[in-house]
Design a protein around this ligand. Structure first.
Ligand code: GRF
Length: 190
């Protein structure tokens, strides 16, 4: 059996990218072919370089071009694209070329705290402002509407009464690192 080939798109610190790279290192059926970022300053760049995986650093202008993204992914025979803290909108024509093949992770229990502007710390701040008792993560396919693609899996965690932005971020990252690689594996080998 040929390995399923994944590309990871990321814009941030890359903790999810690293947990995915570690999980699939030497995997029998899944291979991470490259990491792509729109942010040359992102920590994920040096982490991916240190790991030894191919990393493509592209400008915001380039990543808004669906044809270019499709060409890059097709040239590398990518089967699935994983958005692991990727902060740019995915062009519609790229989504059409990869229907139900682009998987995103969102740091809340969608549909709560989703949609335009709801990314990174904004999500966590909104969760804290609403005094929620629980939050979590959502893994879903990407369609043309922000955070509205088909649900794949959700995992929740309780919020402490004295929860802060820092403790919440840490909690969510731990939940993501524990669950995202396993859900990717199950989905792409389905
Ligand atoms: C994660 O919390 C993810 O859910 C969100 O952005 C964050 C990225 O963190 N989409 P990292 O770059 O993987 O550390």
């Amino acid at each position: 059996m040929n390995k399923v080939r994944l590309a990871l798109f990321a814009s941030g610190t890359g903790s999810n990218v690293m947990s995915i790279l570690d999980y699939f290192k030497d995997h029998q059926h899944v291979e991470i072919v490259f990491v792509l970022t729109n942010n040359p300053q992102a920590l994920v760049v040096e982490k991916a370089q240190a790991f030894g995986v191919r990393i493509d650093v592209l400008s915001n202008e380039i990543v808004e071009n669906g044809n270019i993204l499709s060409t890059i992914c097709e040239a590398a025979a990518i089967d699935y694209v994983i958005l692991a803290g990727y902060l740019r909108k995915i062009p519609a024509d790229f989504i059409h070329n990869y229907p139900q093949k682009i998987i995103n992770i969102h740091p809340s229990l969608l549909p709560k705290f989703g949609g335009k502007g709801m990314y990174g710390d904004n999500v966590h701040k909104a969760v804290l402002a609403e005094s929620e008792v629980a939050t979590g993560i959502t893994i879903h396919f990407v369609n043309e509407e922000f955070d509205k693609g088909e649900l794949i899996a959700q995992f929740s965690c309780a919020l402490a009464a004295d929860e802060t932005l820092a403790t919440l971020k840490e909690k969510i990252h731990a939940l993501e690192q524990l669950n995202f690689p396993k859900v990717i594996e199950k989905t792409v080998l389905n």
